[in-house]
Design a protein around this ligand. Sequence first.
Ligand SMILES: [Zn+2]
Length: 383
Amino acid sequence: MKKESEKELDEYIASSVKDAEELLEKLCTIPAPSGYEDERAAFIKNWLDDIGAEGVYIDEAKNVVFPVAFENGNGLVCFEAHTDTVFPAPTPLNYVRDGDKLLCPGIGDDTANLVNMLMTLRFIVTRKIKPRRGVIFVANSCEEGLGNLKGTKRIFSDYAGRIERFFSFDGDYNRIYTECVGSHRYRIELKTEGGHSWGHFGNTNAITELSKLIVKLSQIPLPVKDGKKTTFNVGVIGGGTSVNTIAQNAFALYEYRSDDADSLHLMKERFYETLLAFKNETKAEVSVELVGDRPCGEAKDKLLQEEMINRAVKICEETSGLECKRISGSTDCNVPLSLGVAAICPGLILGGGAHTREEWIYSDSIKVGMKIGAKIILDYFEL
Ligand SMILES: [Zn+2]
C-alpha cells in the first residue's frame, strides 16, 4: 500500500469508529440464531445497497453475498464474517457500555468482526477501489453449532472450484486459526417395551442398555498420529419416566473430533462398528441421527497457506502490538480446508465471554481490528 493510501485509510478509520459502534449496536440487537438470520441479512443488504455496493444478493442459505469483480472467473478470494449467534430468539440482547467494554450476547462472535469487515467494504465501495482479482464478500449464515457451516457450504457449492483463497474473520486478533478441527455429532436413541419396576421386573431397561453402549463408545481406541489430536465426548443423556418405571426410552448426544481428516474417518468407522455390534447384543431398538457434520482437511497448496498465515500474523502483530498465536479450531475454514482450499481465520476484535450472555469486547479494539481487517483485505485491491 502506498504511503498516501495508508494515510487516507488511517483518516477513514479514525472518522469511522463512531459509525462502526452505531452499526454494531444496531446489528447486535437483531436476533440471529443459526438458520434464522433473515432480519440481519436483510439489514446488511440494505446497508450495502445504501453505500452503493452493486450486485449484492441474499442466497437460499441466507448469506448476504457481494461479488466485486469477475472478469477472470477463477482464483477468487473470499472474505467472510458470520451473522448467526448461538443465542436462541428469546435471549435478551441488551447492548451495554461498561467502562472500556461493550457488552452484548454475540458482540464478539461474530458481530464486531462483521462490522469491521463492512467498514472496509465501505472504504472500497465509496472510493471505487479496483480489486486485483475477483473478490467475494459474504456475511454468512450458520457458522455456529448445529448450523453445520451451511452458509459457507453453500458458497463453496455455488462457486465450486473457483475460490483459491478464503478468509473468515472470527475471534480475537491475538490468535489466528490456521488448522481446522472437524467433528461428527450424533443423537443416539434407545427404545424398549419398559414396564412396571416391580410387576415387569426383568424387562429390558433403555437407560441400562444406553449405559452399556456409552461404556463401549468410551472404549473405542483413538487414532494415534504425530502432532494430531482426536477426542470424543458424551455431552448429554436423558430418558426414562419415573423411579418405578423400567425406562422405555433413553438418548445420548455423542461427538468425536479431530484435526486430522483420516482420523475423523477412522472414528466414523469405529463408531458404526461399535453401534452395529451393540445392536446385535441388545434387545433395545437402536436408532442414530447425524446432527452435526463439520468436515476437516488441509490446504493442497501448503506454500500459499503459509504465505497467507505469515502475512496475517504480521499485520495483526504490527497493528495491535500483541503476539498473534496460531491455533486450531472449528470455524468456517473447515469447509474450504476440507476441499484443499487455502483458508485462515484471523480475528478483528479483542474481548471475551464468547457464547455467554456476558460476552464483551474492548471498545478500543474496534479501531485496531478495523485496521487489521482493512490491511488484510486491501492486499487484494489496487492501492
Ligand atoms: Zn464465530
